[in-house]
Design a protein around this ligand. Structure first.
Ligand SMILES: [Zn+2]
Length: 323
């Protein structure tokens, strides 16, 4: 992308950098997040706190604390509600700043580092992931596909696999540009796990990462994206949860002219949907909301084929609320 104005230039630069404040716990306090505990590790520290987004995303306060920020990488994560991202996003969300102001705020906290310098990959701890890591998995069996109303073709298109031992779905998580394999999400009945732990899933999307077109559809769960693809809906992507990061929105905006927001029809999904709309409509991305008015289902995966297609076809403008 060619920068066209100084603001675009800073925006582009900031999008590729990942600044981390010199003193992470101090910066957390400056954002109003009290550090409750510090877990020291050999190469870094984790700072535990109550999750600042919990109330907005789930309707409940975080009592545990479930939220941690890594002292070297600045990556934050709530293991309860899934709110996660790079430190700069915490600043944007916490202070209501755009990316450029957040970048400048971090710079003012003292010397900042970029995450790449700050976090040399822990060579022996991190499992090595490459395509061979998927060798034990098979194509999903027809019965499993039928149960989820997805087609074997859609699974093949999106690289979805199956673990015959645990009978879990294997949903690959790939680099959005190189499509290099980062890991995967294992999904069973009332079970899911991201592998390896700490995978930066908020920096990519699930779906056909080579796709570009008129309208993209954003869903929470990868299997719902497979479902949409099975119904002939192209450009369906999943954010791996109700929280959608700035990086994920940039990836979407680069791929489509307009976006249909199909986050779950629950408190977390609707809160996130409205937040995305308020932030990204002014940035030139027209959006519609998936229509749930004809169904009690909270996501595409729970709908009949006809209801799912109707939800997509009848996607409506945000100002025509039909809750
Ligand atoms: Zn949380």
């Amino acid at each position: 992308m060619k920068p066209t104005s100084p603001t675009d230039f800073w925006d582009s630069l900031a999008a590729f950098a990942n600044p981390v404040p010199h003193d992470v716990p101090d910066a957390m306090r400056a954002l109003g997040i009290d550090v409750l505990r510090e877990l020291s590790r050999t190469d870094s520290a984790e700072y535990l706190a109550h999750c600042p987004a919990h109330l907005a995303l789930t309707g409940k306060r975080d009592r545990r604390p479930s939220f941690s920020v890594n002292g070297s990488t600045g990556l934050f994560h709530c293991f309860s509600c899934g709110y996660a991202g790079p430190f700069i996003q915490l600043v944007e969300d916490g202070l209501g700043y755009d990316r450029v102001s957040a970048f400048q705020w971090i710079a003012r906290q003292g010397v900042y580092r970029t995450a790449e310098e700050a976090a040399p990959a822990p060579v022996d701890e991190a499992p090595r992931i490459n395509e061979a890591s998927l060798a034990l998995y098979t194509a999903p069996p027809a019965r499993a596909c039928a149960r989820r109303s997805v087609t074997p073709e859609a699974c093949a298109d999106l690289g979805v696999l199956w673990d015959p031992e645990t009978r879990h779905w294997i949903l690959p998580i790939r680099d959005p540009v190189t499509r290099e394999l980062w890991g995967w999400q294992e999904k069973g009945r009332r079970y899911f796990r991201n592998y390896p732990a700490g995978i930066h899933k908020s920096l990519t999307l699930f779906g056909d990462l080579t796709w570009t077109g008129e309208a993209a559809l954003l869903l929470e769960s990868p299997l719902d994206a497979v479902r949409a693809h099975s119904l002939g809906i192209t450009g369906a992507f999943a954010s791996f949860g109700a929280h959608v990061s700035e990086a994920q929105m940039r990836l979407l905006k680069a791929r489509c002219r307009r976006l249909i927001l199909g986050l779950d029809n629950d408190t977390a999904g609707r809160t996130s949907r409205d937040r995305i709309h308020n932030r990204w409509r002014p940035r030139g991305l027209p959006m519609k909301f998936l229509d749930y008015s004809h169904t009690p289902a909270k996501d595409l995966g729970d709908m009949s084929d006809a209801d799912a297609l109707a939800a997509y076809e009848n996607a409506h403008h945000p100002w025509r609320r039909r809750r």
